[in-house]
Ligand binder design. Sequence first.
Ligand code: AHR
Length: 552
Amino acid sequence: MLFVRQLEAADGYGNRGYLRAANIPRAFSLVVLFAVMSTAAPLVRAQKVPLAIDSSRPGAKIDRNLFGQFAEHLGHGIYDGIWVGPDSTIPNTRGIRNDVVAALKAIKVPNVRWPGGCFADEYHWRKGIGPQRAVTLNPNWGGVIEPNTFGTHEFMDFLEQIGAEAYISVNIGSGTPQEASEWLEYLTTAQATTLAKERAVNGHPAPYKVGYLGMGNESWDCGGNMTPEYYLDQMKIYSRYVRNFNSEQQPEKQKGQRMLKIAVGPGGGEARWTEWTEAIMKAYQQHTWSWEMDGLSLHSYTVVKWPPAYQSVGFGETEYAQILKSTLEMDGLIARHSAIMDKYDPQQKVALVVDEWGAWYAPLPGSNPGFLVQQNSQRDAILAALNLNIFARHADRVRMANLAQMINVLQAMALTDKEKMVLTPTYYVFKLYVPFQDSTFLPVTFDAGLYTHGDVALPRVDAIAAKDKDGKVWLAITNVDPNRPAEVEVSLAGVSAKSATGQTLTAPKVDSVNTFEAPNTVVPKAISAKSEGGKLTLHVEPKSVTVVSIGI
Ligand code: AHR
């Protein structure tokens, strides 16, 4: 049996076991050779994948914030998706849907980015507090009415209900530093200021915690079309004056609890974006006590054509392979920007925050094109797992990520229609990956093999491993090949792996989806294996995502 050898990652992170896109042509010729030599082999014969986990060389922490979510005032992302109002017949707690809260609690959402997106740079927080809410417009997203019934208190209540931290993006585009600084004072001070008293009158005497502050959104585009120099001038002012007053979040009190400030970063890999990253990081290297940043945001959607033309339903293997090829570009993008960051921040103090990622397809027929409504298929489950694996392999620099967007918009966790809710295949991947939150990365080497379709050649199998706080070893395996199962022979350096227990997510077809009528088409099922003759072999289905704990 001829395998494509895994190549040592050249990114300096010490992560092994990933077949890079650049290596594909050489690997491809090996596989062609293999195909010629074994024409008699049945197509569905399982690919054997020797896989070794090395727990003696632990890597970076896989921050739970890599599993963050993004919720913008866009389409039915907030209204109907989260907020139905306290008078709704849909079961709710203070206006927030109970079904959505229960689903999100189960995947331990670490943080939610809000209120946008492009919406954030037109959001004026005072319109969303108090008994009388201003009715405004949402010009970015369909030009619809924004009732402002979901505002600061409702967002913080929602976070408390799901157990997540706040990642608030303040308005740099059309707001002022004063407006943003007053918002943070309103949210976080315990002292009896006029703003704190107003917060108490509005129902919350205790100060809130705000974990993360986004200083603008895509300021190079919808956030004000700024040059890096102009953005830097603005951002430094916001960084200086938008303060968190919560006594539990002061640097001297509790290290790690401090509010982290995230600057606008790149939106791609071209020269324009590398220049942006250079400019911001160069400024950071020379920063003084009067301003700071803890993160640089990166936005990257999987979209093959613009405007998005690929369908989220009713597609075939060609679109499956092309979308997955495109999504794997995330690895190179992160590597490119990380290299620039390393130049100016070798100690990796600034995190790369991928706070908008996911698949962006054509809007579903009949939907408002400004609402970015799409279905979510098994392809998206595979796509999600591949990206989470990429983030984990770059976990020393990538310490936060936010899928776009949480409910009803783009690559959502759940879709709602009045009282109905359905969980998507992507949701189940996030559920399978819960054990990886705050775990420690473990290097894994494996023979990925190659999946080819038309002119697309991809690593057939992908995998990451990690050790959780209790010392348990977890393994995630993605079988990208939609036609061929894989037999993964798991070994753990220095110890014998005796068993594997967990769950696997596969589907009848690459475009299988969950619907309100058939919500259980794509749901995880149990998987386990026991070692036989000293070998632990896990049989994984085609187009599947599997997460198991390894028993020793
Ligand atoms: O997620 C939809 C939009 O995509 C966001 O509002 C914006 O930041 C990005 O361009």
